[in-house]
Write a protein that binds this ligand. Sequence first.
Ligand code: SF4
Length: 245
Amino acid sequence: MSKSPTGATARAIAATEPVFERLKNGRTKKPLAPERVAAILDGLKKAYPKAVCALNHRNAWELMVATILSAQCTDVRVNLVTPALFAAFPTPKAMAAASLPELEELIRTTGFFRNKAKSIQGAGRVVMEEFGGKVPQTMEELLRVPGVARKTANVVLGSWFGIAVGVVVDTHVLRLSGRLELTKQSTPEKVEQDLMKVIPQASWIDFSHEVIFHGRQICIARKPRCADCTLERLCNSADKTWSSR
Ligand code: SF4
């Protein structure tokens, strides 16, 4: 049995959660019932009380660049390349002036490095030219930065500025939102809209961090570790590998 970061066993927490009625096809009767959503949020909070963004960064600029680099790449890999990248080009001004071959070499191992090099160089330019060298703090402005779509903007706004204007939907949030029946949609944009309707805004930032931890450690893509899952009694996913009932 695995231990959660709190030291409590995940199953011990799960044993206190209510069981929600399951339909014959393996689906929950009322998946969006407020008490069920609240129990999911509570279970995640108990299991991952200190969940934060796993990308190393010292400021909003570094977080934005690291998040751009994290597309189709692990946070661990990004954390390996960013120290040298930020040592060589520590500011938006320096990044804007960098040559593409230099940037490409530094970020090569993150994949899609040519496009990413263009994005972070362009991001430096736009932050300098349009925002006075400071990372903007609104969704609308952030979406003008090359390489920044809603996910990256939500990461920067939520994790650095503490502003909840949306929900970060990465591959883990996408998968778990489906398994937990919080959405029937499959695209990040539509899943985000559904999550914003069912999750209280005060929980948007933490929810993403907690789900990402849960997706990495327990509700993994290929073979979810349901016997160790804090949400097992709340979950009726067809992907379950083990059930207590
Ligand atoms: S599929 Fe398994 S691991 Fe994932 S949330 Fe459901 S019970 Fe937990």
